[in-house]
Design a protein around this ligand. Structure first.
Ligand code: ZN
Length: 462
């Protein structure tokens, strides 16, 4: 009897332990919190209310050096990668991209194919039209005005007979474009297109075409993952999943006008990259996570939780010496005291110190070799205010701070900033991915370097 009781006790205890393990293991991967930073989508909640938007920083990216690579090939152990997990067939999702940073008084529309106008959410065709040249879309008290025609609708979809057909503000897009009348007589435009077409444009929009193929494949996989993650995280009723700017990831569309020049937003090469990685995503415990990425990490990446509340465990700090050739691996900026004071005025006001004049700036916590952002003490002679690197960058960014990781040297009338990298430094380093690809690493090895613990999975689109 005692033996039977012991056996039962053992079984019950094992079951309890198993249950506890299941709970704790799932609790480590919670649903991302529902902070809303942007009126139309729940995306990338930053930890600090003052934190700048994530950015991959494709701008100011220097041209690629054609010099032969002399770095040693990575050790053989790095080449051991698990086979990607194949996911069951499903329809390819559409992605909804907000084309404007915010609603505007009017929007320039052009359609280079015959098209139909529908009310969003219905298949009913309201009008068929031949192609139209530049036409102004504005809001009326009752609905939308397209050219001279008034529509009693507050949401219309332009569906071209052939894609790409619709132009908004000088960019031509694949798929359809939705026009919304928003409060305050404002107009908003959203592009709806198949995921893989979106990825083909993001690859060229985010990464130079001269970067090596395996780096560009890694870019395609993280762009796809990021889009699917945001699509799943967006709140009900949102008009879009992503923004077309680096607030999400840069998306230039099919082609666009820059002054008199017509430039490509995607290319045969970027379409091939999207096709070669079709359906591939980064997952952690069977789910897509937010694959944040940056232009240049400057020697090591930053732990994701240092900045983003929804950072998944693979967003660890990892060493990266592969971005050394980037112009912004290290940078310097000089900011006059007057400009510093002026740029920080909104922050000081927010801290309840609008009249504080900063006399000294001192580093209190350094950017360590592995992770973290610096913190500084600002003293005005009476009191001390603590400010973080990301906060300083938010206010001083336009004065030449490329990243939130820097030291400051007081030079009297000016402050000298010595910084590393470009962007927030979290996740894949685009210049590092380039360096790794040049050193012979595969797309999957690159991804596993920047997101340790992730698995590569492949969606099968029907
Ligand atoms: Zn790097």
């Amino acid at each position: 009897m005692r033996n039977t009781a012991s056996v039962w006790c053992l079984i019950v205890c094992t079951a309890l332990l198993w249950g506890a393990w299941k709970i704790s293991s799932s609790a480590e991967n919670p649903t991302p919190p529902a902070l809303q930073l942007w009126p139309f989508s729940r995306r990338a909640p930053a930890k600090s209310p003052n934190a700048p938007a994530p950015q991959s920083g494709p701008a100011a990216r220097p041209s690629v050096s054609a010099a032969p690579d002399t770095r040693p090939t990575p050790p053989a152990s790095a080449s051991a990668t698990a086979a990607p997990v194949n996911l069951p067939p499903e329809p390819m999702p559409d992605i909804r991209v907000a084309l404007l940073p915010k609603a505007q008084k009017s929007v320039n529309l052009e359609v280079s194919q015959s098209f139909t106008v529908r009310e969003i959410g219905t298949e009913k065709i309201l009008q068929r039209s031949e192609k139209i040249g530049n036409t102004i879309v504005s809001a009326t008290a009752q609905g939308l005005r397209i050219g001279k025609k008034d529509w009693p609708h507050s949401k219309l979809e332009i569906v071209p007979s052939q894609s790409p057909g619709v132009w908004i503000e000088g960019h031509q897009y694949r798929g359809t474009v939705r026009l919304y009348r928003l409060s305050g007589n404002q107009v908003f435009a959203v592009n709806v297109l198949p995921l893989e077409d979106y990825v083909a444009s993001v690859v060229d929009s985010e990464m130079p075409s001269a970067f090596p193929e395996q780096a560009r494949q890694a870019q395609a996989v993280i762009a796809r993952t990021y889009a699917l993650y945001q699509r799943a995280a967006v709140e009900r009723g949102a008009l879009a999943d992503l923004q077309a700017s680096t607030k999400s990831q840069k998306y230039l569309g099919y082609q666009y006008r820059d002054g008199k020049k017509l430039l490509a937003g995607e290319s045969e090469a970027s379409r091939k990259i999207a096709a070669a990685t079709r359906g591939q995503v980064c997952q952690f415990r069977g789910r897509e996570f937010c694959t944040y990425y940056c232009a240049v990490c400057g020697g090591s990446t930053v732990r994701g939780t240092d900045f983003f509340a929804d950072a998944a465990p693979p967003l660890k700090s990892v060493p990266c010496e592969f971005c050394r050739e980037a112009r912004l691996y290290r940078w310097q900026a000089e900011i006059s005291r007057t400009d510093f004071q002026q740029a920080l005025a909104p922050w000081l006001k927010e801290k309840g110190q609008p009249h504080s004049v900063v006399k000294t700036v001192s580093l209190t916590r350094k950017t360590s070799g592995q992770s973290g952002y610096p913190e500084f003490d600002l003293r005005d002679g009476r009191q001390t205010l603590r400010i973080t690197g990301p906060e300083l960058r938010q206010y001083l960014g336009p004065l030449g701070l490329y990243s939130p990781r820097f030291s400051i040297t007081d030079r009297g009338q000016t402050l000298e900033f010595h910084g590393q990298g470009h962007g927030h430094g979290i996740g894949l380093c685009q210049w590092g991915a380039r360096g790794q690809a040049l050193a012979g690493r595969s797309c999957q090895q690159i991804l596993q370097h920047y997101y340790p613990g992730m698995t590569l999975a492949v969606h099968t689109w029907k």
